[in-house]
Design a protein around this ligand. Structure first.
Ligand code: NAP
Length: 267
């Protein structure tokens, strides 16, 4: 019998997860299909329990449900500490995981970036920043989170004992950091960056988790000044690969998944 997987969010029509996961399922000959479901916040509980009743293998959870969904599952240790779940698996229980953290860490690792002991500036304090700052902190980086709304950066950092700041200190922080990670939505479908290019002259590594466009203004500027750059497609694919492994126990073909996503983004 064909098994079902999916992503629930609102809105979700733009999601690249169906193409990415269906590519892997097809390649591995797994009789399953991955679909996208637009679910309103007030329907979240019904959607999760309904998917379990219908025999789904698991789900990805995206904006705006990553925190709220924790009420409907048993989060593992990492997702509890992050305070957000982006993957659930249906066993006898409904298990919650956060693969954004693993996806971000693997993106840096596979690019040959040493995180332990590095000075990392994370810009943004939304859902993605929670996962990214958590994993870098536990992997031994010195993390500072800078955000437009300082209270949100404070909330993330106080939990883990990290430093935080407003965006007014960006010039000093950009010069201080070995690695800069943009986790804000600035640059998504727009030619904008929060960091003026002239500040990047001594920057070594820039990672932008925004993936549409693949090469954001920040990454273009960083490339032009000779920094190593990592785009958001890498994190998207690696978080997806980790979810896939959680559902199926199989490591999926990340190269094929990445190719499918990049092709879709080109179109
Ligand atoms: P979110 O929870 O809504 O957080 C958005 C963040 O962006 C907040 O820190 C917000 O600051 C900041 N921001 C938005 N507009 C801004 C502006 N004009 N100036 C300064 N800061 C601004 O969103 P999220 O879930 O963290 O996602 C953020 C981005 O990451 C999105 O583009 C998403 O597509 C991408 N993402 C990529 C991956 C991947 O796998 N590559 C995974 C997750 C997310 P305030 O707190 O001040 O509002």
């Amino acid at each position: 019998m064909k098994r079902l997987l999916g992503i629930i969010g609102h809105p979700v029509h733009h999601s690249l997860s169906p193409i990415m996961h269906n590519t892997a399922l097809k390649y591995l000959g797994i009789d399953a299909e991955y679909l996208a479901f637009d679910v309103l916040p007030e329907e979240l509980g019904h959607a999760v329990l309904g998917a379990k009743a219908l025999g789904f293998l698991g789900l990805n959870i995206t904006i705006p449900h990553k925190v709220e969904v924790m009420k409907f599952c048993t989060p593992d240790k990492i997702s509890s500490q992050i305070g957000a779940v982006n993957t659930i698996r249906f066993d006898s229980e409904i298990q919650g995981f956060n693969t954004d953290a693993t996806g971000a860490y693997r993106s840096l690792k596979e690019a040959g970036v040493e995180v332990k002991g590095a000075k990392v500036l994370i810009i943004g304090a939304g859902g993605a920043a929670r996962a990214v700052s958590y994993i870098l902190h536990i992997k031994g980086a010195e993390v500072v989170v800078a955000n437009r709304t300082v209270s949100k950066a404070k909330e993330i950092c106080d939990r883990l004992g990290m430093e935080y700041s407003g965006l007014d200190k960006l010039p000093q922080l950009v010069r201080w950091a070995d690695i800069i990670i943009n986790t804000t939505s600035v640059g998504m479908q727009e030619d904008k960056s929060l960091i003026p290019k002239r500040l990047l002259d001594s920057t070594k590594v820039v990672f932008d988790i925004v993936y549409n466009p693949v090469e954001t203004r920040l990454l273009k500027d960083a490339k032009e000044v000779g920094a190593r750059t990592i785009d958001g497609v890498k994190m998207l694919v690696y978080q997806g690969a980790e979810s896939f492994r959680i559902w199926t126990g199989i490591d999926p073909p990340v190269d094929l998944m990445e190719k499918a996503v990049r092709k879709e983004l080109k179109n």
